[in-house]
Design a protein around this ligand. Sequence first.
Ligand SMILES: Cc1ncc(COP(=O)(O)O)c(C=O)c1O
Length: 439
Amino acid sequence: MTESHNPQTDSEASLRRDKARPFGRASSFPGYEKLKARTTTPTRDDVNSSRDALMSTYQRLPVAFVRGSGAYLWDENGRRYLDALSGVAVCNLGHAHPVLAAAIAEQASTVLHTSNIFRIALQEELGRRLTQLAGMEKAFFCNSGAEANEAAIKLARLHGHSRAIAEPQILVMEDSFHGRTMATLSATGNAKIQQGFEPLVQGFLRVPYGDLDAIAALADARDDIAAILVEPIQGEGGINIAPPGYLAGVRRLCDRNDWLMMLDEVQTGMCRTGRWFACQHEGVTPDVMALAKALGNGVPIGTSLAVGKAAALLSPGRHGSTFGGSPLACRAALAVIEVMERERLDERAAAIGAQILQRLRDALRGIAAVRDVRGRGMMIGIELDRPCAELVTQALAAGLLINVTADNVVRLLPPLIYGAEEVESLVSTLASVIARFAG
Ligand SMILES: Cc1ncc(COP(=O)(O)O)c(C=O)c1O
C-alpha cells in the first residue's frame, strides 16, 4: 500500500501535536539561540555592565560561576573551584544533580504554577513526606527561611492569643539569625542586622544561647510568653553548638509553661548535621519547625511544619503565599528527598563530617591562632583568635569556596556528596591558607 495523504488524520495528528506542544519547540522561537547563549553563559562584559543595576546588598566576590557539577563550580574562565559552602547550606546534593535536573525540567514542561486556591497534589505529597520524616503533622509552604520563620512567629502569636495573652512574647537567643524581613530581623540577635531598620517588631525577649537557667528565670518572672524560637546549632552566629541536653531542657520548659517550641532548622535541616533534622540528635520533637535552604537544593522553597495544638492554629485567610508550595518547588523538593533517602545522605554527612573534623583538627593543631575546630555532621566552624574575613578571598584564590561568619569563624558547609578526594583537597588547601594567614 502506498502512503496517501489523508487530510482528516493529518489534521488530527497535528491537533494532538499542538495540544502537547502548543507553543512549538523552544528552539524554533525567533532569537532563541541568542537568548539561550546570553542567559546560560553571560560574558564578562555582560557581568560587568549589569553589576551597577543591582542594589548594594552584598559585598560580592569578583567571581561568577557559569557551571557546576557535584562538589565543583567553574567560573567564566573555565577555572574549577571546590565548593565547601553549598550556596550557604543550600546545595546539599551538590550542583547539577541529574535526578533533580530531570525532575525540574519535566515539571517545567508540565505545569509550574496553579495557585493555592486549587489543590496541588505535589504539595500534598511533599507535606506528607516531610511531616513523616520530622514527626510532625501539617506543613505550610513558602519560599524562604525568613518566611518559614515569619509563619512560626504568627503561629506563636495565635497560640498566645488563644491563651488570652494580650501581647504574646517570644523568647529568642543572643547571636541568633532568623532572616531579613522585619519580624525575623527583630527576632535575630545581631545589632548590625537590625541597625537602621528601627522601629523593630515588638514581642521578643532575648536570652543567652544555651542557657536553660535564663529561660527558667523568665518563665518564673513573666506570664506573657507564648513560644521559644531557637536554632539547634547557630549558623550565622558562628557554628555555636548548644550544650548536650539543651534542646531537651527547652522542650521540658515549653511543656511546663504551655509555650510552643519552635526550631529554626533552616540551616541545620535536610541531613546537614548527620540527621535529617538537628533536633533528632537529641531525640527532641518541636511544636513548629522551620525549613528552607537545602529543601529545594537551589529551587526556592521553605516550610513551617507543625504538630499538635500548633498544627490547628491556622484557618483559611489567616496566612498564605502566592508562590508557596508551587508544583515546581514541590517537585524539586520531592526529588531532593528521594535522593537523600536513596543515598542515605544523613549517614553519609555524619561519617564524612566526622572525617573532615578530625582531619582539620590534626592539620590545624600547631597553629596558635586557631582557638577551636567544632561541628556536627557537615556543618563545621574553625574559630580564630582574630577577625579573618580575608580568608575567604585567600581561599578563593586557592580554588576553594568558604565563608567567614561572626568575624572570626571560618564556616564550612560542603555539599554532602563529598568523596575522599574532596575531603583531602578541602583539608590540605584550607590548612595551608590558614597557616599562611596566621603565620
Ligand atoms: C538559621 C537561619 N534561619 C533563617 C535564615 C533566613 O533564610 P532566607 O535567607 O532563606 O530567608 C537563614 C539564612 O541564612 C538561617 O541560617
